[in-house]
Design a protein around this ligand. Structure first.
Ligand SMILES: [Zn+2]
Ligand SMILES: [Zn+2]
Length: 241
């Protein structure tokens, strides 16, 4: 099945599938069975990590037997949030057996660590931070995180944080977007079009594509039934804004 769309996003791949190793409801085995039944070409098994996550060797060992399956490329990924303005990621020190690091905007990267988006929304409301500052700082930290990863990285649900802070992707200045896209391309990163969070928007995707960043589809599934099922991804991938 060939399922290419605008911007070359293949809809027969899923780069963002969670399992019971973190907060998913399905096991790795259930995810693999479903992905094969749906004839996916690529399956990236991903779980949430923190600095003190201890199960990574077990996870990598559990993914390994699936790598030889005919017709489907299976990879192991970890999803880590950007912690602070220096771009530090919430990652364990050793990533043996991990192919891809998903860089995630789960919290606002503050000077001293992650800040809940509600607090940033409040800071914007009381004037102690401007909307432009919040957007600039998020972009700057994301750029720095890109250079902190020593293997393939993937910008996961880029800008999913903005609506949580009362902001919108359309408010990101074009120059900032181009800078971020260029840095991602330089770092050899990929970018995900994410089904669960319906982001990034076509304008952002277009900027990433112009810079040469490979674009991939991710369901962010937490249950096998959602693997490779794309509605918003399909809409974005065919929008070609
Ligand atoms: Zn996430
Ligand atoms: Zn995720």
């Amino acid at each position: 099945m060939s399922a290419g769309t605008g911007w070359g996003v293949a809809l027969d791949e899923d780069f963002h599938v969670h399992s019971t190793f973190s907060d998913g409801r399905s096991t790795l085995a259930e995810n693999v069975v479903t992905a094969r039944a749906r004839r996916l070409r690529t399956l990236c098994l991903v779980d949430h990590v923190r600095r003190d996550t201890a199960w990574l060797p077990e996870f990598a060992a559990a993914v390994a037997p699936y790598r030889g399956l005919p017709g489907m490329r299976v990879m192991a990924g970890v999803e880590a949030k950007v912690l602070d303005t220096s771009g530090r990621l919430d990652l364990p020190p050793r990533l043996d057996g991990i192919d891809v690091v998903l860089i995630a905007d789960h919290q606002f990267p503050g000077d001293d660590g992650p800040v809940h988006p509600d607090r940033v929304r409040a800071a914007i409301g009381d004037g102690s931070m401007t909307e432009a500052e919040a957007i600039e700082r998020l972009c700057a930290a994301t750029e720095k995180a890109l250079s902190a990863v020593d293997r393939t990285s993937l910008l996961a649900h880029l800008f999913s944080l903005l609506p949580k802070m009362g902001l919108d992707e359309a408010m990101v200045p074009g120059a900032l977007l181009s800078d971020l896209a260029r840095r991602a391309a330089q770092a050899g990163a990929m970018a995900e079009i994410n089904e669960k969070w319906s982001c990034p928007a076509p304008r952002t995707v277009a900027a990433l594509a112009r810079a040469g960043v490979p674009l991939v589809a991710g369901s962010d599934s937490h249950h096998a039934r959602d693997i490779g099922v794309y509605d918003s991804v399909r809409a974005t991938a065919t929008a070609r804004a």
